[in-house]
Design a protein around this ligand. Structure first.
Ligand code: C2E
Ligand code: MG
Ligand code: MG
Length: 375
């Protein structure tokens, strides 16, 4: 008998991994992964019932009463992901309905399911956290603030950065949950630093285009800031230029609401989205972060230097603050300062630091690189 796995996401429930026998058109449960996280025993019964033979007209389901539209994900022995839909009604403990094929899906079978499960679980268990990359004021090379960057302490794989889990979080609709976890942690740390005398420090947090355009996002973020005991002006939200342009109309409204609530807004990775500064002025942002690509290219490319200079001049005319990202050499930092750039961020100064290391540089700076924060 061939082996297969069934995974299931009931509307709003956790992803499940059930190991089943899969003879032709039948499902029957043979064992359950020990790492299952189930909202309740009733749910498990529901799945066992769902895995009754397909040709049986009546399936007993203990899920909530009413109409149900459930997608089951099957992984066949060749590791191909297939979906079936169970559409029907559940009434008086009996589920009646149809089992429909629902196509094949992306993902590399079990490994993918395990990664998904680990991310769901990791978010619940508080494994998602914030690291802090120093933002340096170029005029005196002092610490001005931090950008909070998502990091995941994976139980088996150690510390992971956004490149390792972002697309998974996006596919699973977890960008919001992930972003919230990072921002909540960052605001808590920021409140502790402020309470220890570091007034005037600023915190930049990243927000995805999807989050930005969710109803009530600006109000929730602003409530989080106040709840953490921070001043609203201390928080700068970073949204990539590309994301802003992708959701142009909705983004414009959301940016205006954030700023009405006293939260500052920066365009991240500026220069990669092919939009002109004049066009962006309509969005009413507070500042720009010039993408690392242009900053790194400055060392060898006259064209990149000209682009950076013209962005700086225009930004000054428009009253926008500018952060140069990806500063890896002292020469570039000094040149940017002379060109009128306010802030820099990059490996020359520091990478992303864990909260303890961030506390240390806050008071001590980094010898030979930058000074401690000046309140
Ligand atoms: P970003 O916001 O542009 O953040 C800067 C990224 O560049 C960080 O990568 C940082 O570690 C890296 N970096 C900084 N200085 C240098 C340098 O001098 N050289 C080089 N080569 N790289 C440098 P990281 O942490 O991997 O983050 C990648 C992106 O993921 C971020 O780009 C941001 O767009 C996104 N991200 C991070 N945390 C969050 C979050 O909590 N929510 C959302 N929505 N996005 C996040
Ligand atoms: Mg950023
Ligand atoms: Mg950036």
């Amino acid at each position: 008998m061939d082996r297969a796995c069934i995974t299931e996401a009931l509307a709003g429930a956790d992803a499940l991994v059930l190991r089943v026998d899969y003879p032709r058109d039948q499902f029957a449960i043979d064992g359950v992964s020990t790492r299952l996280s189930l909202p309740g025993a009733g749910m498990l019964n529901a799945f066992q019932a769902l895995c009754a033979p397909v040709d049986q007209p009546k399936l007993t389901v203990l899920a909530r009463e009413g109409r149900s539209d459930i997608r089951l994900r099957l992984i066949d022995p060749q590791n191909v992901v297939r979906f079936v839909r169970l559409v029907g009604t559940h009434k008086g403990g009996v589920w009646q309905g149809l089992i429909l094929p629902a196509g094949t899906g992306p993902g590399a079978g079990l490994a993918r399911i395990e990664a998904e499960h680990a991310l769901h679980q990791g978010l619940k268990d508080g494994e998602m956290t914030a690291f802090y990359q120093p933002l340096i004021r170029l005029s005196d090379e002092s610490l001005a603030g931090f950008e909070a960057l998502a990091r995941w302490y994976h139980p088996d794989q150690g510390l992971l950065g956004p490149d390792d889990f972002f697309s998974l979080a996006k596919d699973l609709g977890l960008l919001g949950t992930m972003g919230e976890a990072v921002r909540a942690r960052a605001m808590k740390d920021m409140a502790a630093w402020t309470a220890s005398g570091h007034d005037g420090l600023y915190l930049a947090v990243n927000v995805s285009g999807w989050e930005l355009t969710q109803r009530g996002f600006a109000e929730q973020l602003s409530a989080l800031v106040v709840g953490a005991g921070l001043k609203r002006g201390q928080i700068k939200v970073e949204i990539t230029e590309t994301e802003v342009m992708r959701h142009a109309d909705a983004a414009m409204g959301a940016i205006a609401t954030l700023r009405r609530h006293g939260v500052l807004v920066l365009l991240d990775d500026f220069g990669t989205g092919y939009s002109s500064l004049a066009r962006l002025s309509r969005f009413g942002v507070d500042g720009l972060k010039i993408d690392q690509y242009f900053i790194r290219a400055m060392a060898s490319d006259e064209g990149a230097r000209t682009i950076v200079q013209s962005v700086l001049t225009l930004a000054q005319d428009m009253g926008l603050s500018v952060v140069a990202e990806g500063v890896e050499e002292r020469d570039i930092a000094l040149r940017l300062r002379d060109m009128g750039c306010t802030y820099a961020q990059g490996f020359y100064y520091d990478g992303a630091l864990n909260p303890e290391a961030a506390s240390t540089v806050l008071s001590a700076g980094r010898a030979g690189r930058y000074h401690a924060h000046q309140a």
